[in-house]
Write a protein that binds this ligand. Structure first.
Ligand code: HEM
Length: 409
């Protein structure tokens, strides 16, 4: 899948077509049925079942009754459904797809046998996320798509294709920003072994690619986003929901670029458990290092790194491209989720830089409290998380530009 095909009709083969041939992996593994006894239900029937409930053609009770039959047939009454660690994450993904289907009705609708199956899985495999996480929904789900050509979605029909692209776009985009982080981390960790201008120019190219992925999301219709977003929400009073906020490479890039502010550290602290497991120690390590001055901007401000003209221009280019990514993201989010923004809010680079600082990311009204819906699926204030992220970059850019003086003519 190329980025240009995301959210476009050419990227949407009819869902009735058979799955693409597996691109890698042994043929035995290519059959998702062999890796999760719930795969057939979740892949083939769940989206239509959820559509029937959403359209009032079926009730949650009927949905629960059907899913209990599916669980019994899969052997859920005899113990955990996954019999080996390699399939455990996929089974967990299936169980959580079934569970999150009840989120629009609230946790009281969760069927007991489904909760019992999840509990049995988590007891047997304690490292599994007990809630739908970025790692399961994006990383595991998209890796399965790469192997089998099948992907799990909540929405039926055409909406399901757009939802698929929403997940795939995140998965396909992350290596670009990860590459930018790798270049910057090399500059921080081995300054003498790295050519700063070349490293920064390469990081800039990666970020440009990442930004282009983001721009594709302008094609996602608001109705489609809102249709599947309700299955990503936080459990009221429980775990945070799934969000791009938990894509680790973006936060790693920020940490390698500039020192964390106290509020950003709090935000990372509250987010850490929701990042993919592999990334949690890496984020913690970079948070410590960056706070202690191990980041590119601080190295320039302290005079430890003295970029020549070319490297200076590339560093400003990296910050500008990162800001650009976040501004495009902000625009796409305002279009998709207008209710999360004051009608008069027009966040621009200038207005965000003019803010007297970052704002409380926990401050916001949630659904059902009569003040609108300012919280994202992560449970943080959408407006404040997104504008804080731009504010930190613009503040750093201002300080770097002052230190470097004119670098382009
Ligand atoms: C229609 C498309 C998208 C919408 C509506 C959207 C919405 C949001 C919202 C509401 C937040 C605030 C936190 C929360 O979810 O509660 C957020 C955060 C975030 N999203 Fe997205 N998002 C979209 C696409 C993407 C894509 C494609 C990426 C990455 C390739 C991404 C990366 C991020 C990141 C990194 C954050 C944390 C803030 C930051 O560090 O800049 N999002 N998104």
């Amino acid at each position: 899948m190329k980025k240009e095909d995301l959210f476009s009709p050419q990227g949407h083969p009819a869902r009735s077509q058979p799955p693409e041939r597996p691109r890698r992996g042994p043929a035995r593994d290519a059959d998702p049925l062999l890796r999760s006894p719930l795969a057939s239900y979740v892949l083939n029937r769940l989206p239509a079942d959820l559509a029937a409930v959403a359209q009032g053609r079926a009730t949650y009770e009927q949905l629960a009754a059907e899913q209990c039959r599916v669980l019994r047939a899969a052997g859920a009454e005899d113990g955990p459904l996954a019999t080996d660690p390699s399939s455990a994450r996929l089974v967990q993904l299936d169980l959580l797809f079934m569970l999150n289907g009840y989120l629009p009705a609230g946790p009281t609708a969760f069927p007991r046998p489904l909760l019992a199956s999840l509990a049995a899985q988590c007891d047997r495999y304690p490292s599994l996320d007990p809630h739908m996480s970025y790692e399961l929904l994006i990383d595991v789900n998209c890796a399965e798509w790469e192997t089998t050509g099948r992907i799990r979605v909540f929405s039926d029909g055409e909406l399901g294709c757009l939802e698929r692209d929403f997940y795939l776009g995140h998965h396909l985009a992350e290596p670009a920003v990860r590459g930018a982080f790798d270049r910057l981390s090399a500059l921080v960790l081995e300054p003498d072994a790295v050519d700063p201008a070349a490293a920064l120019e390469e990081a800039l190219r990666g970020l440009g690619d990442f930004r282009r992925y983001m721009a594709q999301y302008g094609r996602l219709p608001r109705e489609a986003f809102q249709a599947f977003r309700r299955y990503h929400m936080s459990h009221p009073g429980g775990a945070r929901g799934v969000s791009g906020a938990f894509m680790p490479s973006v936060q790693l890039l920020e940490l390698a670029l500039l020192a964390p502010t106290p509020l950003y550290e709090r935000y990372l602290g509250q987010s850490l458990a929701y990042f993919p497991a592999w990334s949690r120690p890496v984020v913690s390590e970079w948070r410590e290092r960056s706070r202690a001055g191990g980041n590119v901007v601080q190295a320039v401000l302290d005079g430890r790194l003295k970029p020549d003209r070319r490297a200076g221009a590339a560093l400003l280019g990296v910050i500008d491209m990162f800001v650009d990514f976040r501004m495009v993201h902000l625009g796409v989010t305002r279009k998709a989720l207008p209710e999360a923004f004051e009608p008069s809010a027009r966040p621009t680079r200038q207005s965000i830089l003019a803010q007297d600082g970052e704002r409380d990311f926990l401050d916001g009204a949630g659904p059902g409290d009569g003040r609108g819906d300012e919280l994202g699926t992560s449970g943080f204030s959408v407006h404040n998380v997104l504008t804080n992220a731009v504010h930190r970059l613009l503040t750093a850019r201002h300080r770097v530009a002052e230190t470097l003086g004119p670098v382009t003519d």
